[in-house]
Write a protein that binds this ligand. Structure first.
Ligand SMILES: [Zn+2]
Ligand SMILES: [Zn+2]
Length: 413
């Protein structure tokens, strides 16, 4: 496929909406044009003037900038101009590993560094091969993986957590922002630009063209790349992304319910125990999530306190109750309100990763204020349950299938 073809007018195509399973006709769009599903309002196509070129440029820059962002000095802190400490993003991993619990340390390493790097690499491979017209084995599958990594790559969450950690650490110490932090900030901005400018429909279409005709019967379809495949049968592997056509969605219900059920009791240690422990000369201060909000507000950083309150308390409560509501509606179906619930699913899907800010603040603040016996912040016993709680909610969200609500309500065959 030559690059010009991607930006030329594309023929109208038929795809199958991933959220409600309806066959939809997509006309050729002008740059900036958007098509929404006529039944559930899902954004099916967003034509971008740059196709995937800008995303490719961003992915290359991200891949080059991530190693210095992680391994170069992040923040310097000094206490009363006598004691000095230098932190790097990678040093947070070691600190959490020694002080808290190793899966949390690995989780931080994966979400902050490895997943964003892997995602950028996948994008570089797929887009370069499309751009140069090179054949690439399993191109669709690689692009599917890069899309799956989107929710698990948390550069934006790490940046906000870093800002909160900076303010939290600046209460006892003098903190200076170093080159690693600036590199990471640029990476996070590039991730957002690359994501917003990516024309996903053009990429899928360049990998394997969508059907141009509208079938008048049920056809096998893929709920990942939204391919409608009239020539294939249910259960075949998708010729484009390698997922299964008409993938059975019922077996995903029990893991989603289990993850939510396991998350509920974790709320008690996550919010009852301290997420950060501050060991000072004058005594040991333990701060829960709410206690951290209070501490920030007391020192005049109430805006940062609001961020912690919203991300750490309001969002998890919203996601947890929202998931219980959606899962209950699969069991007790109702045709009324299907569109609203599908929209709610999309909002929750976007929100679910943001509470990670709180355990990340603990992870980032620990190596900055690390003056043993004088003033030392460590991740507290509540940080791990909170990390697990959010990870479980993310798994539940990934397992939940909005089409199951449509199916149990009799709106999907
Ligand atoms: Zn739809
Ligand atoms: Zn597919």
């Amino acid at each position: 496929m030559s690059p010009e073809l991607v930006l030329q007018p594309q023929p109208p195509v038929t795809i199958s909406c991933a959220d409600c399973g309806t066959l939809q006709h997509i006309p050729d769009l002008p740059p900036g044009g958007v098509v929404e599903c006529q039944r559930c309002d899902r954004t099916l196509a967003k034509r971008s003037a740059t196709g995937f070129d800008l995303t490719l440029a961003c992915a290359i820059a991200i891949f080059l900038l991530l190693p210095p962002a992680v391994f170069m000095p992040l923040l310097d802190s000094s206490l009363k101009k006598l004691l000095f400490e230098e932190s790097r993003l990678v040093s947070s991993v070691g600190t959490i590993y020694h002080e808290v619990w190793f899966p949390f340390a690995f989780g931080f390493l994966f979400f902050a560094f490895l997943f964003p790097a892997l995602r950028a690499l996948f994008q570089i491979v797929v887009f370069t091969s499309l751009r140069l017209g090179w054949p690439l084995w399993q191109r669709g599958r690689i692009f599917r993986w890069s899309e799956e990594l989107r929710i698990w790559s948390m550069t934006d969450v790490v940046v906000i957590a870093g800002a909160v950690a900076y303010v939290r650490a600046a209460i006892p110490a003098d903190v200076v922002v170093r080159i690693g932090a600036w590199c990471y900030l640029v990476v996070a901005i590039l991730v957002i630009i690359g994501d917003r400018s990516l024309d996903r429909r053009a990429v899928w279409n360049a990998i394997h063209a969508d059907a141009e005709t509208v079938p008048h019967r049920h056809v096998a379809s893929c709920d990942v790349c939204e391919l409608a495949a009239p020539q294939r049968r249910s259960g075949d592997s998708c010729p484009r992304c390698g997922s299964r056509l008409d993938r059975p969605i019922a077996p995903r219900y029990i893991p989603a319910v289990t993850a939510v059920a396991a998350a509920i009791p974790l709320c008690i240690p996550a919010y009852g125990a301290a997420v950060m422990v501050n060991d000072q000369l004058t005594g040991v201060l333990e701060h829960t999530v709410i206690g951290t909000v209070q501490l920030l507000a007391d020192h005049g950083y109430w805006q940062i306190g609001v961020i912690v309150l919203v991300a750490g308390v309001a969002v998890p409560i919203t996601v947890l109750t929202g998931l219980i509501w959606l899962l209950a509606r699969v069991r007790f179906p109702n045709k009324h309100g299907l569109v609203i619930r599908t929209r709610a699913y999309r909002v929750l899907h976007r929100l679910v990763r943001w509470p990670m800010i709180i355990p990340f603040v603990a992870a980032l603040a620990a190596p900055i204020v690390d003056y043993r016996g004088i003033d030392d912040i460590v991740a507290g016993p509540g940080a791990t349950p909170l990390f697990l709680l959010i990870a479980l909610l993310m798994f539940a969200m990934r397992f939940f299938e909005p089409r199951q609500m449509w199916k149990s309500a009799g709106e999907l065959t």
